[in-house]
Design a protein around this ligand. Structure first.
Ligand SMILES: [Zn+2]
Length: 282
């Protein structure tokens, strides 16, 4: 079954008087949602006990937890390998306490390197990271790392680059952020074209890992350099539109976790996607 949920708490969660993420799982359950992505984007600033408490609530309410790693990770830069790897380990500790198995992360940026060198360095660093996790951190056995497709052109994370990364080790499960793909490619998904090609590429190259892929879905404003900002489902200028993706998920029997990153209405928009999907499968 496909799971739907938000990244972070919606504005309405706080407007209703809730203050703590320990209250999130029950709030999501009451709205018919299935999963939640906890963001460590700005740093790992949650204590182990708090994470475990959220994890216990999530298990009680049947909410699948995932974590988004800090934005400071850059595996394209060989000099920052230890720092980037440290963020991965720190995030996996939180993920374990939350009871989840998926860690989403931004791979890195090209900066002053050629694209080719940046990708080569990234592939090398990530396969080293995967080996190190398997050898030195058996406690994370079963956890998956989800490299994300990125919205800005200078970031490593095109559709093809994420496939290359996932092919280096089976610890990697792709995270396709369709809003990012659309922004990076200046509206390629806006009219519904392009989805089928991307999905068949992932399914062909990665098989079962693509069937159970991680998905981020939100509408995103873009300009020449790609992503500008996250919007809500009220947008009808930039897209993309879930209505174009949903039938393909059914056709290909896919079972992704779909996380909505709308700006403030992420739970409401996740519920809208779930409603639309359930309507199609009748
Ligand atoms: Zn992200």
């Amino acid at each position: 079954m496909i799971k739907f949920g938000p990244a972070g708490n919606s504005a309405s969660f706080y407007a209703e008087g809730h203050t703590k993420s320990t209250e999130t799982p029950e709030w999501l359950k009451n709205r018919g949602l299935d999963c939640f992505e906890y963001s460590l984007g700005r740093g790992i600033n949650i204590g182990g006990e708090t994470a475990a408490e959220i994890g216990r609530e999530a298990a009680k309410c049947g909410i699948e937890m995932s974590v988004h790693a800090p934005y400071f990770i850059n595996f394209a830069n060989p000099e920052s390998f230890e720092k980037s790897f440290g963020y991965i380990v720190g995030s996996l500790n939180v993920l374990k306490s939350l009871g989840g198995t998926r860690l989403v992360f931004h791979v890195g940026s090209q900066q002053k390197q050629t694209r080719e060198d940046a990708l080569k360095n990234t592939l090398y660093a990530l396969s080293k990271a995967a080996d190190k996790l398997k050898t030195d951190y058996p406690e994370f056995d079963g956890c998956k790392l989800c490299p994300e497709t990125m919205g800005k052109i200078g970031q490593i994370g095109s559709v093809d680059e994420i496939i290359e990364i996932c092919k280096t080790d089976d610890i990697f499960v792709p995270c396709i952020d369709f809003g990012h793909v659309n922004a990076r490619e200046h509206g390629i998904l806006k009219d519904g074209g392009g989805y089928a090609e991307i999905l068949s590429k992932y399914l062909g190259e990665l098989g079962e890992r693509a069937v159970r892929m991680h998905v981020h879905f939100s509408k995103i404003e873009y300009s020449a350099g790609g992503e500008v900002r996250h919007l809500t489902f009220a947008d009808n200028i930039y897209g993309p539109y879930f209505e174009h993706l949903a039938p393909l998920l059914i056709q290909n029997r896919m079972q992704p976790y779909i996380i909505c990153e709308s700006d403030g209405t992420q739970a409401e928009d996740a519920a809208e996607m779930k409603g639309y999907y359930l309507g199609l499968i009748g």
